[in-house]
Design a protein around this ligand. Sequence first.
Ligand code: SF4
Length: 328
Amino acid sequence: MKIGITTTIPVEVVFAAGHIPVDLNNLFITHSARSEFIRRAEQDGYPVTVCGWVKGIYGAVLSEGIQSVVAVTQGDCSNTQALAETLELAGVSIIPFAFPFGRDRSLLEEQILALCRRLDTSMEQAEQVRASLFGIREKLRLIDELTYKEGRFSGEENHLALVSSSDMLGDPDLFERHLDELIAGAAEREVVNREGRLRLGFVGVPPINSDIYEFVERNGADVVFNEVQRQFAMLNRSSDLVDQYSRYTYPYDVFGRIEDIKREIEARRLDGIIHYVQAFCFRQIEDLILRKSLSVPVLTIEGNYPGPLSAQNRLRIEAFIDQLRLSR
Ligand code: SF4
């Protein structure tokens, strides 16, 4: 059975239970009818002042006939509970999952066990799946390294590979073959001299605007860090599932994310950060903490609906890159 997931969850449990995880964010944003999904949500009564991702997920679940959804009610999005309720009203079966506040290991373990029980599998079986995915996570780590060390992957290619790790395209074997092809293709590429180009990081939720990477690159900067997508991919070895999902920074407090971002600013020699925020998202409040905490210039860009960057955002990105170039 296809099981929709509203964000990254212990996907190992879903595979262990023999189901196919579908990251609803990826389903929505890559679908040719993505604008229709949002319209459907608004027609059904979702307010205009609700985040486009939430409305897109709602529309995608109903339009694509997804019958069961793991809804992350804590640690991801303040709107998920209401999203889950509207889906339940429409007949979708909801499986709740919560990342505990404060990264409490015993509460996290209880959540993973509850998910195992609900999907009729066990922690032991999920651990076996976890071990079987090591090779995939290693290949994702290699893609990330080849992005920031050698420039063999663009920021957008890095984003697409890492963001797909949340559901592994529903099929780990297929996903691994896809990564093998990407790595083989990158090995054959001629390495372009990137001397003098700016090095930027993207932090925050993945952008809803399709052309943002290409636009940044066209203006003389390379995106060599995708913060949240890299977190989705869980590139560091961990001792067990609880350890793996408690090291994951995104669903917990912003300070863990900031430590991670600071480390990567140094490791990747970043000149600046673009903080992508989504219109009507509670995470926008964290922008002020990020700005105060990071040592490099930060540009905050807000998106709303899928599609190209607005003229205003284009101008702001151009000005930011010019400013960084001048102050280098
Ligand atoms: S962008 Fe913010 S409001 Fe929208 S789904 Fe993500 S966390 Fe929720």
